[in-house]
Design a protein around this ligand. Structure first.
Ligand SMILES: Nc1ncnc2c1ncn2[C@@H]1O[C@H](COP(=O)(O)OP(=O)(O)OP(=O)(O)O)[C@@H](O)[C@H]1O
Length: 341
């Protein structure tokens, strides 16, 4: 793998007694999109702002391309970091037209060249024909695309995106996402995208960093993080996850919904983490009672009860009735086991 374009080591930021960012390590690589995923208030924006140079560091360091950008004693000004930042609200200059916005960061070049380069960048996001428009004449998705190429035109080694799609409706989101990803990959910069949307992170990212209470819980490719979360907290960040109490003995975990293999797990209390698709109705399964049924569009969500525990599972076809006795099995290849204190 290529050397990181930007490295964060031990990044720490305190607000009074509160540790908003608590010893974070992160590597960002050129041409790869890293999604920083975490719940509201976990410290994502503060970390992003530290990398951008908008927030001081209380501890740790940030290096890019072999040079120190910041530590507790030193801070390179934001404009000298080679880091581009795209805000949630696009923040286009209202007094400049679209081409002027993109050309803004190219001040060191002759005027004609600035315009030519701006048009080339606008082409990459299919907006060259709107070069003369004013920002207020554009849709949210178009403004977001202009904001991105304005950042990319300066050829940053790293681009930071703060919730880039949160202002867009669902239909626009996937369209803008495709265009933006194409432009980002073509630019070859390292990208860090902050989001609290698990689906967006899974769909867009080459690498994921899961953040909780100021710390990075796990980094890795999306599939690995989704299928093998390091903890229940990491599992929950990536989608619905239920915990069932279990007892492990001699490599078998016993749950209210039947036994499952637990090779190598120590004897004692454990949690079994189950995603909605990992439990299913099966004639071979454990006896359970249906306590709730909900229509979910492509699936039916069924809540079942057994030995004092409840579990949600998904099924298709005709829905069972409340009170009905059914049998439920767990997909042993997909469920995960964690120690229970
Ligand atoms: N300038 C500040 N002064 C005091 N506390 C702050 C400041 N900025 C952030 N915090 C606190 O630090 C913590 C982390 O905030 P941050 O904005 O980084 O979280 P976040 O994960 O980006 O949340 P969101 O997704 O809601 O934007 C929060 O508890 C927040 O209240």
């Amino acid at each position: 793998m290529t050397a990181p374009a930007l490295t964060v080591r031990g990044a720490t930021r305190r607000f009074g007694a509160r540790l908003a960012v608590d010893g974070v390590d992160l590597d960002l690589r050129g041409g790869r999109i890293t999604a920083l995923l975490g719940a509201s208030g976990c410290g994502k924006s503060t970390l992003l702002r530290m990398i951008a140079g908008l927030e001081p560091m209380d501890g740790g360091s940030i290096h890019a391309e072999g040079r120190l950008l910041a530590d507790a004693a030193h801070s390179t000004p934001p404009e000298a970091r080679g880091v581009g930042l795209v805000f949630q609200d696009y923040a286009l200059f209202p007094h400049l037209n679209v081409a002027g916005n993109v050309a803004f960061g190219l001040k060191d070049r002759p005027r004609a060249e600035r315009l030519r380069v701006a048009l080339e960048w606008l082409e990459t996001v299919h907006l060259a024909d709107r070069a003369d428009a004013w920002p207020h004449m554009l849709s949210g998705g178009e403004q977001q695309r202009v904001a991105l190429v304005r950042a990319l035109a300066r050829r940053p080694h790293t681009v930071l995106l703060d919730e880039p799609f949160s202002g867009l409706d669902r239909h626009l989101k996937s369209e803008v996402r495709q265009t933006l990803m194409g432009a980002l990959r073509a630019a070859g910069a390292a990208v860090l995208m902050v989001t609290h949307d698990a689906e967006e992170a899974l769909l867009m990212a080459d690498d994921l960093a899961l953040m909780d209470k100021g710390r990075i819980l796990q980094t890795g490719v999306p599939e690995e993080a989704y299928l093998r979360p390091v903890s229940p907290a990491a599992a929950r960040l990536l989608g619905e996850a239920e915990l069932l109490a279990a007892e492990v003995r001699a490599g078998m975990a016993t749950t209210a919904f039947g036994p499952m293999p637990a090779p190598g797990a120590p004897d004692g209390p454990a949690w079994v983490m189950i995603r909605p698709g990992d439990a299913f109705v099966s004639t071979e399964g454990a006896a359970a009672t249906v306590v709730d049924v909900a229509f979910g569009g492509p699936f039916i969500e069924v809540k079942v009860h057994a030995a004092g525990q409840t579990l949600r599972l998904r099924t298709t076809g005709s829905p069972p009735s409340i009170g009905e006795a059914i049998r439920v099995a767990l997909d042993a290849d997909r469920v995960r086991l964690y120690p229970r204190a």
